[in-house]
Design a protein around this ligand. Structure first.
Ligand code: GLY
Ligand code: MN
Ligand code: MN
Length: 437
């Protein structure tokens, strides 16, 4: 649980960065219709959640530094016993102040009358332009209401600034409370991967293994942080495979990329293992390359190293391995220079992880890769994918797809792997799978 005072601290920090003459406006995520009267499961907007911890739709947060009657203002739905009988309890404006710690709260239905008055006299508006067209239009309407009163002395804002620069830099550095939740999220996902390994056997369908993942997530109150990828055999070579409905074949590998979400914080784990519990020689040869690349990369996730260093470590290890195996020819340096590995390894080695699976934050500053700092969390996920129709590759390697992905915290010292509870050594995987009944 993130405490009330941590949300308040984030809001204060953002206001300090925005300046005394600014206003910050952030909207809650809208509810989204899936089809006819059925909705997608509601997921709060990550930025709104980060600043408010408030879980309802139809809400807007306004941060107004120095405002006498309170700086952090929430517009939200009012209590409504009739509606609450259908949709469940609402916090309401009084609860927003007494339970959630906002300085002031107003009914969302009154926002058109109140927000222009909060914008008036502020020089800069910080806002996510272009994220929600409907809300963009409302904001333009509120600003125009202020402009219309210029001759009466109203002072409209002069600058409109993208909120992401400030806010997403804050989100990049995880607090102790956030790291606790991310560890919990990774533990649940790791348990789900272990359960999936133990359930897998030839003849099952990919969706039956997916069900094991979902069972473990929900048992612990988590939801998937993205649609799980459960790809047997050559399906593992489809990077965003989502069908999850093919039978699992004896002798194939199974790639599972699945993460949990706990109080909006994501984990993101991939493991690849044999459907029948034993790697073949070819599978093992490729697997050991990916594992060596992943371990080399994790070792680069240290404060002071460039964000790109761990990708380069993975690429170098993979290229060496492919040369040794004969899937690439020539010198190491020439292959690296020409990115020859891209035929088999076509994605980057990782991304920021946090409230979003592909979390926010710039990867470069002034064109240069950013330097890792304590509190940042990344995934480390090298892979090898030999397409079923790959040219110039011995047939025995074709159709093998492997990825190994862990969640790693940059600390003051050694990298901290949040997802270490699920085995990735060949021996450990085979031992775990040998326990299957
Ligand atoms: N599961 C999404 C990713 O690995 O980036
Ligand atoms: Mn993943
Ligand atoms: Mn990932």
């Amino acid at each position: 649980m993130i405490e009330r005072k941590e949300y308040a601290r984030r809001r204060r920090q953002l206001m300090r960065m925005a300046g005394a003459d600014a206003i910050v406006i952030v909207a809650a995520a809208p509810e989204r219709v899936r089809n006819n009267d059925a909705h997608y499961p509601y997921r709060q907007d990550s930025d709104f959640h980060y600043l408010s911890g408030f879980g309802e739709p139809d809400a807007v947060l306004a941060l107004v530094p120095g405002r006498e009657h309170g700086e952090a203002i929430l517009f939200c739905r009012e209590r409504d016993p009739e509606r609450e009988r259908w949709d469940g309890p609402r916090v309401g404006t009084e609860g927003a102040v007494s339970q959630c710690g906002f300085d002031d709260a107003f009914p969302i239905d009154d926002i058109d009358d109140i927000l222009p008055g909060l914008i008036e006299g502020r020089r800069r508006v910080y806002y996510h332009f272009g994220r929600d067209t409907e809300f963009d239009l409302k904001l333009i309407g509120w600003v125009n209401r202020v402009r219309a009163l210029v001759r009466q002395g109203a002072k409209p804002p002069h600058e409109f600034v993208a909120l992401s620069h400030l806010l997403h830099d804050l989100r990049l550095y995880k607090s102790r409370g956030e790291l606790r939740l991310m560890k919990k999220s990774a533990r649940i996902a790791a348990a789900a991967h272990v359960r999936a390994m133990q359930a897998t056997r030839p003849g099952l369908s990919e969706h039956e293994v997916e069900a094991e993942l979902l069972h473990e997530f929900r048992k612990h109150g988590a939801v998937p942080s993205y649609e799980p990828i459960v790809g047997g055999g050559a399906n593992a070579c489809v990077l965003h495979y989502r069908a999850n409905n093919a039978p699992l074949q004896d002798g194939d590998l199974l790639l599972i990329d699945a993460g949990a979400e706990v109080e909006c914080y994501a984990s993101d784990i991939t493991r690849t293992f044999p459907v029948n519990g034993r790697f073949t020689a070819e599978q093992r040869a490729l697997y050991e390359i990916v594992l060596a690349a992943q371990l080399a990369a994790i070792d680069e996730v240290r404060a002071g190293r460039s964000f790109d260093a761990y990708h380069q470590a993975a690429v170098r290890t993979i290229t060496k391995g492919l040369l040794k195996l004969g899937l690439l020819g020539g010198t190491l340096e020439k292959n690296l220079r020409e990115h020859a590995y891209r035929k088999f390894y076509m994605h980057k080695t990782g991304h920021w992880l946090g409230l979003d699976v592909h979390d926010v934050g710039d990867y470069r500053i002034d064109g240069e890769f950013r330097v890792l700092e304590p509190g940042m969390v990344v995934t480390v996920e090298p892979g090898l994918y030999v397409a079923p129709d790959a040219k110039g590759v011995p047939a025995k390697f074709r159709g093998i797809g492997i990825r190994i992905e862990d969640d790693v915290v940059v600390t003051g010292g050694a990298p901290e792997v949040l997802s270490a509870d699920v085995p990735k050594d060949v021996e450990a995987i085979e031992a775990l799978m040998a326990e299957r009944r």
